[in-house]
Design a protein around this ligand. Structure first.
Ligand code: PLP
Length: 344
């Protein structure tokens, strides 16, 4: 079975398991886990931030950042199909207790004028706008990259209006590898950044948030409050550090495989997709309109490929550490076979 549901389905490699087994550990709630501390320092350095904090998941990382940036009742401007809006179980309403202001977009880039319009004037009877969130790469739009110039424009607007910027960079690594722009150049435009270790990088668990020393001190309180204070977490952090040091450069292979898969689907003329959307390791494409996603996915599964659902009407294939070039080709042919069978 070729599993393209997500880049989270990867297994730790043999070498990663060896590193995990040998990781020095301590009680991280006391700040004494050397492997966690090493990872945090490494990521802070990579992102050009003063400090970083290892968290159990990207969702917790995003939610902690929202809670640190906002007061209860504040507004957060973010893209309508963003992960925070779609896949985080309305946590902003529960944890930071903020109101979300979703702005629709084409490729994950909220029009700057729309952001401008969404910022509230400072009247006491309006909600207070506190934060703008960006997602790079954008998951639901198909792993699309926010151009650096766009991020600069948003950051400038935020500064002018006294707002903070949070970057959901679960796949910032992919944006960076695809463009050749170092992650710190994106990160410097945001007050806080969340990056995942368990997506394309292949570590089993964990994300990291980064920001100023003061921001991270407050984030550490929120992590504890949410039950995210882990003890000998170096077992996990060591895997994350290993993944950053060994699996980052190879992400371009995932991008090449995604592109190859997308081109084969496009050439078949049986499936509709926009090649301009295929910028990193995710391919979203339309499946035949008379089917449900479950029917389409079942047919693909019978041909040996697992897919996940994208936006309504779209299937999603995600390329990762365990998918080679030949599997990308085989997967495309399997999806085409399944589609042809469904259409006849
Ligand atoms: C996966 C993902 C997250 C959340 O990460 P989890 O570790 O699954 O909680 C956040 N943002 C984006 C864009 C993601 O793709």
């Amino acid at each position: 079975m070729i599993d393209l549901r997500s880049d989270t389905v990867t297994q730790p490699t043999e070498e990663m398991r060896r590193v995990i087994a040998q990781a020095p550990v301590g009680d991280d709630v006391f700040g004494e886990d050397p492997s966690v501390n090493r990872l945090q320092e490494y990521v802070a350095e990579l992102l050009g931030k003063e400090a970083a904090l290892f968290v159990p998941s990207g969702t917790m990382g995003n939610q902690i950042c929202l809670a640190v940036h906002c007061r209860s009742g504040d507004e957060v401007i973010l893209e309508a199909a963003s992960h925070i809006v779609t896949y985080e179980t309305a946590a902003p309403a529960v944890i930071a207790r903020v109101q979300l202001v979703p702005i629709a977009s084409e490729l994950g880039q909220m029009p700057v004028e729309a952001i401008q319009r969404a910022i509230r004037p400072p009247e006491y009877y309006f909600p207070r706008t506190a934060l703008i969130c960006l997602e790079n790469t954008h998951n639901r739009h198909g792993g699309t990259i926010l151009p650096l110039s766009y991020c600069q424009e948003v950051a400038q607007l935020a500064r002018q209006r006294g707002l903070a910027v949070h970057l959901d960079g679960a796949r910032l690594w992919n944006a960076s590898v695809a463009t050749g722009i170092p992650p710190r150049h994106y990160a410097e435009l945001a007050d806080s950044v969340m990056v995942s270790l368990s997506k394309g990088l292949g570590a089993p668990v964990g994300s990291v948030i980064a920001g100023s020393r003061e921001f991270i001190a407050e984030a550490r309180r929120w992590r504890k409050l949410l039950g995210g204070g882990m003890r000998q977490a170096g077992i996990l952090a060591a895997a994350g550090l290993y993944a950053l040091q060994h699996h980052l450069e190879r992400l371009h292979e995932d991008h090449e495989h995604a592109r190859l898969f997308a081109q084969l689907l496009a050439e078949s003329a049986l499936l509709q997709l926009e090649l301009r959307r295929v910028q990193t390791n995710i391919v979203v494409f339309r499946y035949p309109a008379h089917l449900t996603f479950a029917q389409f996915a079942q047919a693909c599964r019978q041909e040996g490929v697992l897919l996940s659902a994208g936006m309504p009407g779209y299937a999603r294939a995600v390329f990762h550490l365990h998918i080679g070039r030949q599997q990308a080709i085989d997967a495309a042919h399997a999806v085409i076979r399944a589609t042809r069978a469904l259409l006849t």
